[in-house]
Design a protein around this ligand. Sequence first.
Ligand code: ZN
Length: 187
Amino acid sequence: MIDQEKIKEAVKLLLEGIGEDTGREGLLETPDRIARMYGEIFSGMEEDAGEHLSKVFTVENNEMVLEKDIVFYSMCEHHMMPFYGKAHVAYIPDGRVVGLSKLARTVEVYARRLQIQERMTGQIADAIMKELSPQGVMVVLEAEHMCMTMRGVKKPGSSTLSMAARGIFDKNTDLQNRFWQMLRLSP
Ligand code: ZN
């Protein structure tokens, strides 16, 4: 449960810690603003991906479904700085599919938490495996991490790729190649 009062107190301390005057005009409402904003960007803590993935439809053909370029914003748990980019989610059904928007909702549930990219990638794949029981799932995330580009090594524009393969995608290079081909739209 998100405790907005605690967040407000913490932001005040943070401002004092960096030597700011918490009483100056521009900062008066900052603790309150951040508390409300955190309520939104960490709302995934209180959500269950299963809710979004429970409505399924029966299908006859079990061809690969790929939802690509799902834009997401998350927060790295090591620095509490944003990382953001695109998720590509594919699965091979076993008689059941979900609405395409539900894949994007699933990405959002796991993005709106303190995260590391590798774990988020696996959580999306595992949730789809658990709720939809497909033959296999493959998830790829490409993201820019502000903790990399704004400080430290400072490499703007560099992106981090992570991948999770489950079910029949696991260790199956041919199927994984088909995924990459579909992603690039080359035959
Ligand atoms: Zn970080």
